[in-house]
Ligand binder design. Structure first.
Ligand code: ATR
Length: 272
């Protein structure tokens, strides 16, 4: 029996077990994927058990607040994890623990799936927010070849840190520069919790974006966030955030269980 985990603190809200167990069933694989709640003080011991093989896991997912520690404790972080300083996917090979981060992959794969051609110009993107999710998305957009990536954050210094980390194509600004940086942009991404709640969502005029521009949100509860509703009303293309969660799970499943799953409408409705 091949076993994998998702660990976080807390972890009970994670939808990952549902996703992976759906795929295990679909492929008829004798595997198990389960949530393991691990407190920060116990995390190093948990990882030691994974590394040694004592816990019987082939690998697993890591979520808040363990992503940075997971990266630090892994023997072999890949380039993505190294640059982010965080890992969400761990796997064992030849007695060593490998680490990667699949959030950026999930972000891009979702847009490729839901909004084909979204990156045809690769010109100008605006990312709202400068937290953990924002990092992986900025890295992914840069690696996809976007010429300009503007990071806008309430706390300017955090946006500046990301601009410094990800190189000269990434530019930082505060909220006051939002409409200036959005003008002519091909992509708007919300990575903040703004918009989970209608009342605190800033009113953004998306009509100043380039023609054919795409507006996306990583929040998927509600599926249509106020940002997406507004953009749709203004006639822009939109993509919701549910698929990012589903697609980021694909590489991990393949690493642990040896088959590459696909993200279907059936899975979307099951997870929502
Ligand atoms: P995640 O890991 O999901 O990215 P995070 O690291 O907690 O979450 O980051 C949350 C992001 O949402 C931050 O960019 C935060 O802005 P600050 O850096 O200024 O804190 C942003 N955010 C959260 N609530 C916000 C609000 N009410 N207004 C503006 N930005 C907000």
């Amino acid at each position: 029996l091949t076993k994998a985990f998702v660990t976080g603190f807390p972890v009970k809200h994670s939808r990952s077990p549902k996703i992976h167990n759906h795929w295990l069933k679909e492929f008829g694989i004798a595997g198990d994927y389960s949530a393991v709640e691990v407190a920060p003080d116990d995390f190093a011991a948990f990882i030691a058990g994974v590394k040694s093989g004592a816990s019987g896991f082939s690998g697993g997912n890591v979520t808040i607040p363990h992503k940075e520690k997971a990266f630090q404790l892994a023997d072999q972080p890949d380039e993505l994890a190294l640059e982010l300083g965080a890992a969400n996917t761990l796997y064992r090979r030849d007695g060593q623990l490998f680490a990667t981060n699949t959030d950026g992959y999930g972000f891009l794969a979702n847009l490729d799936d839901r909004a084909p051609g979204w990156d045809s110009t690769k010109r100008q993107a605006l990312v709202l927010g400068a937290g953990g999710a924002s990092r992986a998305i900025i890295q992914a957009l840069r690696d996809r070849g976007f010429a300009e990536i503007h990071v806008i954050n309430r706390t300017h210094v955090k946006a500046q840190e990301l601009a410094d980390r990800f190189g000269e194509r990434v530019h930082a600004a505060g909220m006051d520069a939002l409409s200036e940086r959005l003008s002519g942009a091909d992509l708007f991404v919300n990575t903040t919790s703004l918009g989970m709640d209608e009342s605190d969502a800033p009113d953004i005029d998306f009509s100043i974006m380039a023609s054919g521009a795409l507006v996306t949100d990583i929040v998927y509860v509600p599926l249509e966030t106020p940002f997406l509703a507004k953009a749709k009303e203004q006639g822009l293309r939109t993509a919701d955030g549910l698929g990012m969660l589903l697609h980021q799970a694909v590489p991990g499943f393949e690493l642990w269980f040896g088959k590459r799953p696909i993200v279907t409408e059936e899975l979307r409705s099951l997870i929502l």
